[in-house]
Design a protein around this ligand. Structure first.
Ligand SMILES: [Zn+2]
Length: 231
């Protein structure tokens, strides 16, 4: 199959699922969190509903931009153009006949955008890893999680597990001190703001934190299992 044909036939939604992006259905439309927001607007897309999946890409109403499937793949994975075609072909189950280099090595276990953001990682962010040796410590910089995975799987898994553990701790701390109107820190706020203060906010905080703690635990569990396999 030629690249031109691939671009015509390839469905953005299938590719989004292949890349394990979060896809949410509202009515008969499907939405993703905009993978190009950060680069275009300087902040990640926190509101699912800005970017609508179309057949050949997505339309982000906040960025005022239509992005085709090929560029969406590059935004999400940080891969090269040639690799993006291969990912699209793989997702669709096509063979492509070009001399595109086939080097993209996508991790089997990946974080969704939301998961990456709740543990303080985001595929587009630079990843700093300190490597200690007998002589000195050196800091290696990777242009995103996928680059790190390609370079060293163990460091990739360890980084995610460590970040998820740290994030879980932070969320547990907040849950303990703010997760209920009677919790010590929450109670201080309640005391200060008085009886008219709408304390249903603590229920919302608790739900959000519970969600995040549960997801952190899942990440730790899944990535630890995968890490063991690579030893
Ligand atoms: Zn956007």
């Amino acid at each position: 199959m030629e690249i031109r044909e691939l671009m015509e036939e390839c469905e953005a939604e299938i590719v989004a699922e292949y890349l394990q992006m979060d896809v949410i259905q509202k009515g008969n439309r499907k939405y993703i969190t905009c993978p190009g927001h950060e680069a275009r607007l300087g902040k990640p897309d926190l509101h699912i509903g800005n970017a609508e999946l179309r057949k050949r890409g997505y339309m982000c109403y906040a960025c005022h931009e239509f992005v085709n499937t090929h560029d969406m793949v590059m935004e999400v994975t940080g891969c090269s153009s040639a690799e993006a075609y291969h990912i699209m072909a793989d997702a669709m189950g096509y063979e492509i006949n070009s001399d595109c280099r086939r080097s993209m090595d996508i991790p089997r276990i990946r974080l969704s955008k939301w998961e990456a953001s709740i543990i303080g990682l985001y595929p587009k962010f630079r990843v700093l890893v300190t490597q200690s040796s007998e002589k000195d410590d050196k800091t290696l910089v990777y242009d995103g999680l996928y680059e790190l995975y390609k370079a060293n799987r163990n460091i990739y898994y360890d980084l995610i597990i460590r970040k998820a553990k740290k994030a879980r701790e932070k969320y547990l701390f907040c849950l303990e001190h703010y997760g209920d109107v009677k919790a010590d820190m929450a109670y201080k706020i309640y005391n200060l703001l008085g009886e008219k203060f709408d304390n249903s906010i603590y229920g919302k905080i608790r739900l959000e934190l519970d969600d995040r703690i549960e997801r952190c635990e899942r990440i730790i569990h899944i990535f630890s299992a995968e890490r063991k396999k690579t030893v």
